[in-house]
Design a protein around this ligand. Sequence first.
Ligand code: XIL
Length: 303
Amino acid sequence: ATTLGASAAERGGRYFGAAVAASKLSDSVYTTVLNREFNQITPENEMKIDATEPQQNQFNFTNADRIVNHATSRGWKVRGHTLAWHSQQPGWMQNMSGTALRSAMLNHVTRVAGYYAGKIDSWDVVNEAYADGNGGARRDSNLQRTGNDWIEAAFRAARTADPNAKLCYNDYNTDNWTWDKTQAVYRMVQDFKQRGVPIDCVGFQSHFNSGSPYPSNYRTTLSSFAALGVDVQITELDIEGSGTTQANTYRNVVNDCLAVARCSGITTWGVRDCDSWRSGGTPLLFECNGNKKPAYDATLSAL
Ligand code: XIL
């Protein structure tokens, strides 16, 4: 096929998606590329806690709905991002702790997953709960301080609120199989599967740059997690660089996903370089004018 989404679909029903900002859906250069090439969307910011519950128990789904409607009207999948996270919390939540915070977090999970039930293919239920560096510890956060079981509590609440969505754990710097953080997340998923905590998938953000480059054991990481009985997805892909070097890394990432039966899709974190959260960087597949980059050609030909 001649587009990313259609080619991925021919590869075992996989998807190829992009993070989308609601504010850009009125940019015709952006939507022309989006609508032609992709068949999955992750809202870049619009489903985060500060966006959907700006005041406690007052929910706002306006911008998230614009993205969900754009996707579902075209038959695309939506990855909800994200129900429980230490970052981009509204002020009222940042100041909470203890049992009050635990209840507020579970209420948030229940209300947001419940509102979108039936429209979400997969949820990033919990995002970035592990610390960087050696040791494989949990990240310290107000949510972590409510008790080590906060992650499984969030997954159980999400399952009750939307029994049909696939429930995922999502993180970064979990791509290199030898890193402590990767092994710690692996042990958590293994434990959840053994104890029947509802988890269906693991997202690998895969923001590759000089500090955390694409690792040659990436395929081992994806296949090792898949062997635990979860699907894996590449959820926020961007690769620092340009030209042939960048194109080759995109090709390697696609080949690694295709080599793992349970790697069900790839999402780039934006559409064009100028949409990237990496200001000044050029980590994506399209130039700002919508032209395809060498990385695009490498990606499409690998699919
Ligand atoms: C980023 C967005 O792209 C930015 O617009 C925002 O200012 C900060 O968050 N990991 C994640 C994403 O899970 O939610 C982050 O998105 C990028 C890193």
